[in-house]
Design a binder for this molecule. Structure first.
Ligand code: FES
Length: 117
């Protein structure tokens, strides 16, 4: 049985302020973030700058700071927040996510859409 949403497990697998990664066979790794104000977001685990692993960054407010060169990436939109010419318009794909009855779900088509073209 395949629904529209992919169940990736209980919310308590990720502590607030942390992230975990979800490998996608043949595609991009996905990073799932739990913010300190108890929201969940999923992004492709590659900084739009030089592909730093965003899952290893610091989560604060609604952004993650990339561990490589400290760009701040919006967890909601995937957009770099800085004003430099490089940062303006830089964006990483966001994967639609929902929480239902204590479990995290990702939009299946968006996850599969990350498979290598
Ligand atoms: S790779 Fe993320 S800021 Fe450079």
């Amino acid at each position: 049985m395949h629904g529209e949403w992919l169940d990736i497990g209980p919310v308590d697998q990720i502590a607030p302020g942390n992230a975990r990664t979800l490998p996608v066979r043949g595609g991009e790794e996905i990073a799932i973030f739990h913010t300190l104000d108890n929201r969940f977001h999923a992004l492709v685990n590659k900084c739009p700058h030089k592909q730093g692993p965003l899952s290893q960054g610091i989560v604060h407010g609604g952004v993650v700071t990339c561990p490589l060169h400290n760009w701040n990436i919006s967890l909601k939109t995937g957009e770099a927040q800085g004003e430099s010419a490089d940062e303006r318009g830089a964006c990483v794909p966001v994967i639609p996510l929902k929480v239902d009855a204590g479990r995290i779900y990702l939009l299946r088509s968006a996850v599969l859409g990350q498979k290598a073209a």
